[in-house]
Design a protein around this ligand. Structure first.
Ligand code: PLP
Length: 395
């Protein structure tokens, strides 16, 4: 009677949600301060003051009917102009407002782009570890997710494996840099190699292979790391941007898609994005938050706190004997499970009230993800528990 695959999807919670719910139950039992919940990627830093100021100003001074009314489907023209100017100044691009489509965050940016370009039996390459929802989003289009294993330990792209995975059915490649869950950022050199290979393959197969760059963590990089802007490297690029993490607004659902103006038939590509947004019933992105973004275009939440957390966690855990991937960005630490079985390791961690996420569903068994978007004190308080957990494997 109901769509069977969706009944199934609705009944299984993601592993992350499962652990998060367990954490809430455990907190009620023994007190929140005694549970070290590192499960979920909810920003722990408040939105910047500019966001609150913008909301107050809009509510007090902006026409209320317009503020809460529908905007045009692709987003308010003035907002898109502000975003286009900002991107052009920052990345030296030539993006027009009509290359931008406002969305309800990266998740909807991705579903819209996938629906715009992926047809049944097309293949979409992702690199391990990858955000598990890619599989869910792609399945609705009838396309197939092809996971390419990244290099051991560094989790950089394995160029040979990448080349071997590309065939005439390959329609898209997803890049998520900074990466959830590894924190890895791809260098300019890596991006150039990937783009050279894709151009070669586009020629060989005579059709475009689109780069879909999933960028909710673009602003979350530490130590002056550069995140290349892919439109400057590859013409057939869709940028899926979100303010969820950059401005700490995940519940407000606001982001955008950029359709590269250099793409072949860029007008049709943009129309396909508009069509997908319409077919999926998005109508328009939040009218008020589009205007908030316009006012806070060059601001971010206080990201320095994540760097403090990263350094504290990485330095202490490596000293205790954990094998960790050094994260240049995002707010996750990717750690090799002691004993190699990530589920067993996470169960053992629970005995010390440490809630970690096994990375099997990210396509990388044997690893766990630790979200360090938490209060710094939680990390300090959790260190003895991490030590006991490590010692239990060193006996
Ligand atoms: C890699 C990745 N892509 C997309 C999303 C979805 O983000 P948004 O809140 O912008 O929809 C997330 C959220 O955690 C993510 O980690």
């Amino acid at each position: 009677m109901y769509t069977e695959s969706l009944v199934k999807l609705g009944k299984v919670r993601s592993e992350i949600r499962e652990i998060f719910e367990y954490g809430n139950k455990r907190k009620a039992e023994i007190g929140a301060e005694n549970v070290f919940d590192f499960s979920i990627g909810n920003p722990s830093v408040p939105a910047p003051k500019s966001v609150n100021d913008a909301i107050i100003d809009l509510v007090n001074n902006f026409d209320s009917v317009a503020l809460h009314g529908y905007t045009s489907a692709q987003g308010d023209a003035k907002v898109r102009t502000t975003i286009a100017n900002y991107i052009n100044n920052r990345f030296n691009t030539e993006i027009a407002p009509d290359n931008i489509y406002m969305t309800c965050g990266a998740a909807s940016s991705l579903t819209i782009v996938f629906n715009a370009i992926m047809q049944k039996d097309d293949e979409c390459i992702v690199f391990t570890p990858y955000f598990p929802e890619y599989g869910v989003f792609l399945e609705r289009t009838g396309a197939k997710l092809v996971a390419v294993k990244s290099e051991d330990k560094t989790f950089q792209v394995d160029m040979k494996g990448f080349e071997a995975a590309i065939n005439e059915k390959t329609k898209a490649v997803v890049i998520n840099s900074p990466n959830n869950p590894s924190g890895v950022v791809y260098s300019v050199e890596t991006i150039e190699k990937m783009c050279d290979l894709l151009r070669k393959k586009e020629k060989e197969y005579g059709h475009p292979i689109f780069l879909v760059t999933d960028e909710p963590y673009r602003e979350l990089v530490y130590d002056d790391i550069e995140v290349p802007y892919l439109i400057n490297y590859y013409d057939d690029t869709f940028v899926c941007y979100s303010y969820s993490k950059a401005l700490s607004l995940p519940g407000e659902r606001i982001g955008y898609i950029v359709v590269s103006p250099k793409m072949k038939d860029a007008g049709d590509a943009y129309a396909a994005v508009c069509g997908a947004g319409r077919a999926l019933g998005y109508v328009c992105a939040s009218s008020m938050y589009q205007r908030v973004i316009e006012k806070c275009i060059d601001d971010t939440a206080d990201i320095s706190i994540y760097k403090v957390n990263r350094d504290l966690l990485y330095n202490n855990l490596t000293e205790m004997g954990y094998e960790c991937v050094y994260p240049d960005g995002a707010f996750y630490l990717f750690v090799k499970a002691m004993g190699d079985d990530a589920h067993e390791f996470c169960e053992k961690a629970k005995e010390h009230e440490l809630l970690l996420v096994p990375a099997d569903s990210f396509g990388t068994p044997g690893y766990v993800r630790i979200s360090y978007c938490v209060q710094t004190k939680q990390i300090e308080d959790a260190l003895p528990a991490f030590k006991k957990l490590a010692e239990s494997y060193q006996k």
